[in-house]
Design a protein around this ligand. Sequence first.
Ligand code: NOJ
Length: 393
Amino acid sequence: MAEKNLTFPKDFHWGTATAAHQIEGGNTNSDWWRLEHTPGGGTAESSGDACDSWNRYEEDIAIVASLGMNAYRFSVEWARIEPAEGEFSKVALDHYRDVLFACRNQGILPVVTMHHFTLPQWVQDAGGFESPNIVSWMARYAGVVGEALGDLIGVACTINEPNIVAITGFLMGMFPPQVQSWDRFSAVNTTMRACHVAIRDALRAGPGSFPIGIALSMQEWEAVDGAEDSVASMREEMEDLYLRAAQEDDFIGVQCYTKMQIGPHGMVPPPPDQMLDMGYYYWPQCVEHTVRRASDVAKVPVIVTENGIGTTNDQQRIEYLEEAISGLHRAISDGVEVHGYFQWSLLDNFEWLHGYRLKFGIVEVDRETFERTPKPSAHWYGELARTGVLKTA
Ligand code: NOJ
């Protein structure tokens, strides 16, 4: 078959994504750090020094630029910015200003996430997402960050995967605070949407003018053996309530990795030959599916704020990305308004409960020296970003 060139829009954001706790290191004031040091807490290991990106961010951003991307998504860490209630760290805010400058100086659009999974310990101690104060704390935090950084922000994501924080923390009992209750899960989803609005409005009121949206985890859902009703209620709670609320936003951030099959007894594991290290179904088609669905329901432009694969086989990563991004191109060709794509992740980093075993990075990080080495997939993706053309076989 002849090689086909799939051309993307000229002003498309091509980037890669990271999160503070997963790459910075030493996030000692967060609830996750405490979990990692609680016997029986469930994490494979401590995040420790992570990728030392707190010190090496300039090198990270230089890699992003030299590979050919034009955007970089990272998060600012609440536990560093507000280590105690109402006490804001000038040093942390200045640090993130430097990170934003480093992006701007290298022609990289900074996409800033305000909350990516972690809470300051004082917030968790006071009830976390179940505290009656959480919305006002988030609003105050966002106001301070917006005031300090807003003039340099390119795009803002308010909350990363609020629905995953809710389901893993309050229904599955895995993430802090490790609760198992549908009612509390559902209540936290409602709170998350209020937090999102509070952050969005605080940022809108501050300096700078940039698109703001939420970064939602989405799946391609499939009902097995008559579990249509379970799928429908799960999809409503996990996605559609958020997507409908996003009609007031500037964009909807879509994050997807896989297909989720649900049967009468819950989640059905993928067939062994299609199961990835993370337990995910190998399903790159999910990008096209979720982007179309997000656009249909939210009716605002889409940014794929995360997509990728955890694998030690880098050739498999290239194949996955090629298929995922081809599907994205089909959606765009059919008129879906998509403004960007962010591969997860720049670096092999701390994959939450799994620790460092899972490899989502296009750049390898030596765990002793922190030396960064781009993999073949980094060069493959860099060429796509530089040219805006996906060459498929
Ligand atoms: C979603 C999360 O935002 C990110 O933190 C995580 O590492 C990736 N998915 C891969 O699981």
